[in-house]
Design a protein around this ligand. Structure first.
Ligand code: PGA
Length: 251
């Protein structure tokens, strides 16, 4: 896929994972407030919110009509079966998800996620029609093996250095992040040829309201994937407006 300026994929990306935060009432209140603010950014960005599994349906009901996509933080690689505690891609689609993050550093560090499971999950998610946000870290193991150029149209990559994620961490500098994005883009292009250069690359790891403008202004950064700073509606909306106003790789 070639990014055509003005088409959906070439709009800048802004998303948050709520991780394991928010009870149902908090989730719905956030969604309703964000829907009320979406006119400021939704048409100029590709925006998404990734709640915990039990919240997806309620949040999607509110945010999808406002132009904000909703998705999951993980998925299993099989469509159904005896896999206690797991959730499949078709199940996610049934409750309104259109995107899924796969291979987040916390899942790799705490829940045994490997490049192999990431690869299997990416394949299953794409086969079901979910857009996949593949999270990669410093090692830049991209886990895109086995995909075709056609599959790539549904793939986003988030570069999230492990040392930059979570409480007490510091974000990559805009120049560091831009440099890594350039290297990741080259690696994907090496695997898939010219189509690889169009895969949107999001930066994640201690993004803040103050730090967002310089990050999204970088020419290799197509979007931001935000944790803590977007767990308030005001935080998400402020960063989304910045992304809408500043963002977008022109290529
Ligand atoms: P953080 O999380 O913004 O809270 O550092 C980023 C992430 O885990 O994606």
């Amino acid at each position: 896929m070639t990014a055509i300026p003005g088409d959906e994929m070439s709009k800048p990306w802004i998303g948050t994972s709520w991780k394991m935060t928010k009870r149902l009432s908090e989730a719905v209140a956030y969604a309703e407030a964000l829907a009320g603010l979406a006119a400021h950014f939704a048409h100029l960005t590709n925006s998404f919110v990734l709640p915990a599994f039990p919240l997806i349906e309620s949040v999607a009901r509110v945010l999808r009509p406002a132009g904000v996509s909703v998705g999951a933080q993980n998925v299993h690689w099989m469509p159904s079966g005896a896999f206690t505690g797991e959730v499949s891609a078709p199940m996610l689609i049934d409750v309104g998800a259109s995107i899924v993050a796969i291979g987040h550093a916390e899942r790799r560090a705490m829940f045994g996620e490997t490049d192999q499971t990431v690869r299997d999950k990416v394949g299953a998610a794409l086969a079901s029609g979910l857009r996949t946000l593949v999270c990669v870290g410093e090692s830049v193991k991209i886990a895109l093996g086995g995909l075709t150029v056609t599959d790539l149209a549904g793939v986003l990559v988030a570069y999230e250095p492990v040392w930059a994620i979570g409480e007490g961490s510091t974000p990559a500098t805009p120049a560091q992040a831009n440099d890594m994005h350039g290297q990741i883009r080259a690696a994907i292009a090496h695997l898939f040829g010219g189509a690889g250069t169009a895969v949107p690359l999001l930066y994640g790891g201690s993004v803040t309201r103050d730090g967002a403008p310089a990050l999204i202004a970088q020419d290799q950064i197509d979007g931001l994937f935000v944790g803590r700073a977007a767990w308030t509606v005001e935080g998400f909306a402020a960063i989304a407006r910045t992304v809408a106003e500043t963002g977008g790789r022109v290529s």
